[in-house]
Design a protein around this ligand. Structure first.
Ligand code: C2E
Ligand code: CA
Ligand code: CA
Length: 575
């Protein structure tokens, strides 16, 4: 076999054989077959284990019975070590029956010592099969990895997280330990993604994943559930203060900006924390409660962490149903609009209304917007919902006119997501063209923080809105970071002072000076100012003295249905 296909093939042979002469015979046969050999002979359990541990082998050739050791015992050791090596028994004594039994136990072939003709072909075949098994194993591993990992970040996905949670739960239950689930969601990420593009969004998510990995210790898992949702699983928590420390560590990770193609992008994160056993006994419940708590953290303004509480737990049940039910709410005419009058601080006349959406849920009853607007923003449902609000508002303005009433201003809230979504411009253009509105009736309210998400695009879109006759109000003003210089770039008609400042204006000198500054700024820019959440006479007097133009709040009127509004206006106007 001089021109053997095996020439120069390098083979690492582990021989399990007590007889050196027999071993030499086997090796000679292989060399004749063209193989370059590296070999070791062992004849007891310990030596075999050492050999397997210390080196890599291509094939194991084993005698069947040896003094104090056997081929089957050797086979077992390979199995124990999870080694899938070709294992061929070479014996002088083996009978057919024993050989079949050995193969049943996992030996790949058997040969007689006195007839080694089949040795080389057997090894060729077994190496080939072993290669295929290896390739298949890798393919399966890759598939399994893909099934259990997030493609974008390489982090474990929802399914692997669930697996790990189940394992961890089994452990902590037995040991009477705690386990923490931290649900992370990036603040305003969806808007960044909409405005900067998905490629940038993907880069950011990867960068976030890399940072999050930094706080992992050996037993922790960080998973990405999709979108900008990440979950940190901390099994084996001894006290809840450890969870708090971890949450602080996570928040600190976001203090430095993310650098992307020369731009610094600041991201913040909201964290909801649920702990076993207090906030749930199983992985689904824990995850659901952690997520709900994250939404609660977001509602507190974002960039913070919250612990799950009984209140949040009961509120959550809704969150998931809300998403599904909201989808049909528009079609089922469950949404309706309330109107809250705005009034002049000079003569108490009604100057406009703010449109506030309500959801008359068939079972839950009247649901406040704080419960479903965030869900709508998150899921993108805000786009059809917002369109419905705009259309209905325009219809109602027409009905009002039919009843002989016109208003200088009807203000509709626009979410940041709507501000940046191109459909909104189209909708507004269509409504302004066909809605038969008087001049300057329709106004949109956009929060200061919404504008600051992408000031350039915001300015562009607001200029378009102005050009088709829509008024622009900045909502919740004073809570964002915009400066006087910034405001000049936007075509703004109205500033609405956030009700947080109005609330304590007569008590807190800080709040009073912020309001004074806003009023001075507004005067310089020739903007109209509306104080939100006006509840008391003291607030009213103070604001009036400072020169604030208008107010809106319970002291004048609460939000009310359309028919009540008509009556209210008639009464005010003495008609
Ligand atoms: P907002 O734009 O700041 O709306 C004013 C909120 O303050 C309203 O709450 C209103 O009922 C409440 N309010 C008015 N006067 C007073 C007062 O004197 N004291 C107090 N404590 N509160 C007062 P509401 O109706 O629950 O709306 C909450 C938020 O939901 C709104 O805050 C707005 O951001 C959002 N929202 C409401 N309708 C829509 C909508 O159609 N589209 C969008 N995108 N968001 C909406
Ligand atoms: Ca508003
Ligand atoms: Ca507001």
């Amino acid at each position: 076999m001089l021109d053997s296909p095996n020439s120069n093939v390098f083979l690492r042979i582990l021989l399990v054989e007590d007889n050196p002469d027999d071993a030499e015979l086997v090796l000679r046969t292989l060399r004749k077959g063209g193989y370059n050999l590296d070999s070791l002979r062992v004849d007891n359990e310990q030596d075999l284990k050492d050999a397997l541990e210390n080196s890599t082998w291509d094939v194991v050739l084993s005698d069947y019975s040896m003094p104090g050791f056997s081929g089957l015992a050797a086979l077992n050791i390979l199995k124990e070590q999870n080694l899938d090596l070709p294992f061929i028994i070479i014996s002088g004594t083996i009978g057919e029956e024993v050989a079949v039994e050995a193969m049943r136990l996992g030996a790949h072939d058997y040969l007689m010592k006195n007839n080694l003709i089949r040795l080389v072909p057997a090894i060729q075949r077994e190496l080939h099969d072993a290669n295929e098994r290896y390739a298949r194993r890798i393919a399966e591993q890759t598939l399994r990895h893909q099934a259990y990992h997030d493609v974008l970040t390489g982090l474990p996905n929802r399914w692997l997280l669930r697996d790990r949670m189940e394992q961890a739960l089994a452990y902590v239950r037995k040991k009477d330990l705690h386990m923490g689930v931290l649900f992370l969601d990036l603040d305003r990420f969806k808007n960044l993604n909409d405005t900067l593009g998905h490629l940038v969004g993907d880069h950011l998510l990867r960068a976030v994943a890399d940072r999050l990995k930094k706080v992992l210790s050996a037993w922790d898992t960080i998973a990405r559930l999709g979108g900008d949702d990440f979950v940190l699983l901390l099994p084996d928590i001894k006290k809840t203060s450890a969870l708090e420390e971890k949450a602080q560590e996570l928040l600190a990770l976001f203090e430095t900006p993310f650098e992307l193609s020369g731009k610094s992008i600041y991201l913040d994160v909201s964290i909801g924390i649920a702990a076993y056993p207090d906030n749930g006994q199983d992985s689904d419940t824990l995850l659901k409660n952690a997520e709900a708590t994250m939404y609660y953290a977001k509602a507190q303004g974002g960039k913070n962490y919250q612990f799950c509480s009984g209140d949040i737990q009961s509120a959550t049940v809704d969150r998931f149903t809300i998403e599904n039910e909201l989808r049909v709410a528009i079609k089922n005419s469950e949404l309706l609009l309330h109107y809250q009058p705005q009034f002049s601080l000079e003569d108490d006349s009604i100057t406009g209304v703010e449109v506030l959406v309500r959801w008359q849920h068939p079972q839950r009853g009247m649901t406040p917007p704080d419960k479903f607007i965030p869900v709508a923003e998150d899921t993108g449902l805000i786009i059809p919902l917002g369109e419905w609000v705009l259309q209905k508002t325009v219809d109602d303005i027409a009905r009002m006119r039919e009843a002989g009433i016109t208003l200088p201003r009807v203000a509709v809230n626009l979410s940041a997501r709507q501000l940046y979504h191109h459909d909104t411009q189209d909708t507004l253009r269509k409504l302004m063209a066909t809605g038969n509105l008087g001049s300057d009736v329709l106004e949109v309210e956009i929060t200061e923080s919404g504008i600051m998400q992408n000031p350039e695009l915001a300015a562009e879109n607001l200029i378009t809105m102005k050009s088709i006759g829509v008024g622009v109000a900045i909502d919740d003003f004073g809570t964002g970071y915009s400066s006087l210089a910034y405001l000049k770039r936007f075509p703004i008609d109205v500033l609405k002072i956030d009700r947080a400042f109005v609330r304590d204006i007569t008590l807190s000198s800080d709040d009073a000076s912020i309001v004074k500054a806003i009023l001075a700024l507004a005067k310089a820019l020739n903007l109209h100012v509306i104080a939100e959440g006006l509840e008391t006479q003291a607030q009213y007097d103070y604001l009036k003295e400072l020169g604030c133009n208008e107010g809106q709040g319970y002291m004048y009127a609460r939000p009310m249905p359309f028919d009540d509004l008509l009556e209210f206006i008639r009464e005010k106007r003495g008609a």
